[in-house]
Design a protein around this ligand. Sequence first.
Ligand SMILES: [Zn+2]
Length: 267
Amino acid sequence: MVSFRDLVSGFRELRLEPERPVMVHTSLRAFGQLRGGVDTLLGALLTVFPRIMAPTHTYNSMLIPGDGPSHNGMVYGSGHSLNAMAEIYHPDMPADRLMGALPEALRKHPLAKRSKHPILSFAGIDVDDILATQTMFDPLAPIHELHEEEGYVLLLGVGHTVNTSLHFAEKIANRRTFVRWALTPEGAVECPGFPCCSLGFSEAAPYLADITRWVRIGPALVQALPLREMVDIVASLINGDPLALLCPDPACERCAAVREELDFSGD
Ligand SMILES: [Zn+2]
């Protein structure tokens, strides 16, 4: 069984500078039996990394409209059942279950703040300056700021398919973004700058091996990557091959939209 002490000593082995902010992605299940569950994990993280943040995205607020801009990686008018289940975004909306248990525990921590985007919010402790950069037009601004502050990405028992910060590398490499819509108290609100799909991001791992620090805690592989180097490597990967890191699923609408645009601009 993994204990608080195991976690703290494992995290310390990564030797990250404690003043640097850290973006965390987690699978609690990867730790097997964890004494005290998510609260133990959050406590151990805060002991070693006092400035942490995580995505607290709220996909429940999303709507699919009947019409919209072309090449937008979605089938307009296909959202009848999804739209009927959409919930009005509010600042206390729980983080989507897809994010795992840690972001929600972090969001509920008395010292935590949350950014205000109705789909792509982040929550964190002692990262107020980073969270404050997010706008409706620049949902990835907190990752840009994390990059400026030479932060780290921490992958706890998960791979790069959940590494949100790689979307910032896509942005640097001018990969197209999408418009999405959120249901808010003011009605449906347009949310530009929505990133492409991350299901192909695992292909980045071999390129990032040299800058990845890792440690095993119980059964879980814990990886730490310096954001600045990571973004440089992945942005040049996409610059060199505009199809890099797109997912192989032929039904993926966003990856298909990126491929279509490249076919078009290549003529
Ligand atoms: Zn895809």
